[in-house]
Each structure stands twice: as C-alpha cells, then as structure tokens.
Design a protein around this ligand. Structure first.
Ligand SMILES: C[S@@+](CC[C@H](N)C(=O)[O-])C[C@H]1O[C@@H](n2cnc3c(N)ncnc32)[C@H](O)[C@@H]1O
Length: 191
C-alpha cells in the first residue's frame, strides 16, 4: 500500500470508530503529524526502560514515538478498539499491543509490567469523561512513572484536563495549531 492509501484507510477506520463510539474517540480525525511529533518530543529516548502509550488509534503518535528513537520492543500500547489494535499490531512489529481498558491498568497490564515507565503518552479524550474519572486515571498513570519521567496528555481545552496529582506539576509544553482542532500538549511530572 502507498502512504496515501494508508492515510485514506486510517481516516476511514477512524471515521467508522467515531460513528460507533463518539465518546471514546473524541476527535474528528487522527492527530496531525505535527501534534504527534510535539508529543513524542516530550519522551526522552535516552532514559532506559519501557514506554507506554494509551489510545493509539490509527498509530500516528506510535509512529512518532518510534521515530523519536524508542525501540519497538520498549513500547507497549493499550487500545480499546479491536480494529485499531489489530491494525497497530500488523503495522508496528515488535510493539506490544494490548487490547484493553486504559482506565483499568491493573487488570489490563496484569503482571506484564512491574517496572516503572520511562514515559507515558495518553491519547484518551479525557475531556469526555467526568472529572473524578479523569483524576483517578491520571493518578493511576503517575503512580507507574519512573522519577523525572513524563506523562504526556494532549487535549483541545485551554486548561490542563486534570489537576496535577499531589507531588506532581503540570505544564503546557506546546500549543499545536496544525491540528484539527488545535491542541495543547500537557506534561505531568513529579516535583
Ligand atoms: C482521540 S482518539 C486518539 C487516537 C490517536 N492517539 C491519535 O492521536 O490520533 C482516542 C483513542 O483512545 C482510544 N480509547 C478510548 N477510551 C479508551 C480506553 N478506555 N482504553 C483504551 N483506549 C481507549 C480510542 O479507541 C481511540 O483510539
């Protein structure tokens, strides 16, 4: 397949998922490459250890994380949608793909990851969920971060989708206009 037909197939797959599950998809189209690059830029490839991506969808951010220099074997992705998960597994060899619920990490990761993550990227459309659920979600992620490692979450809002959990700070690392709609990249870290 050419890059153009790949993109078309991805956009159609995304549209199908959006129609079926609008709340969980929460975007009109996959993230732009510019947004994906800005997100991946927050992950330090020289920091050893595994990296986790939640809600990869069609894989635009997955691709940017790998291009950033993270070896596929270091990357685990969790995707709820079976069609997206199968497409990601077929496209990104070496990446561990888990079809499951990012909101229930204990169950979804099981015994697979006792090691803390060197970086976590979340593409879950948090603004579509109640604040208490968002807060619990972000706390479940920061608890699995190595010291100084980043939890990266993008959103379409002006403010961070969740307050930083106790002992953590949150900053807006980028505002990416070249995305539909423009998006902010939020980084949570221990302080
Ligand atoms: C806004 S789309 C982002 C897709 C991709 N990361 C991008 O930037 O184009 C949200 C993604 O999160 C996935 N998702 C939503 N809720 C989820 C959950 N509870 N567990 C895992 N994935 C979930 C959706 O299926 C979808 O792929």
């Amino acid at each position: 397949m050419t890059a153009r037909t790949d993109t078309l197939t991805d956009n159609l797959r995304f549209l199908r998922a959006l129609i079926a599950r609008p709340k969980q998809i929460g975007a009109l189209a996959p993230s732009s490459r510019a947004l994906a690059r800005a997100i991946a830029h927050q992950i330090d490839p020289d920091r050893p250890g595994p990296v986790l991506e939640l809600g990869p969808g069609t894989g635009v951010i997955t691709s940017a994380i790998l291009a950033r220099g993270i070896a596929p074997e270091r990357l685990t992705v969790i995707e709820y949608d079976a069609d997206f998960a199968a497409a990601i597994a077929a496209r990104f060899h070496g990446v561990q793909v888990i079809q499951g619920d990012a909101f229930d990490l204990t169950r979804t990761l099981g015994a697979r990851h006792c090691e803390l993550f060197a970086g976590i990227v979340s593409g879950i459309p948090l603004l579509n969920f109640p604040v208490s659920r968002r807060q619990t979600y972000v706390e479940s992620l920061t608890a699995r971060l190595a010291p100084d490692a980043a939890l990266v979450q993008f959103s379409y809002g002006m403010h961070a989708p969740v307050l930083a959990p106790p002992g953590h700070g949150v900053t807006c690392a980028a505002l990416v206009w070249a995305n539909l709609p423009p998006a902010r990249v939020w980084v949570y870290r221990k302080i």
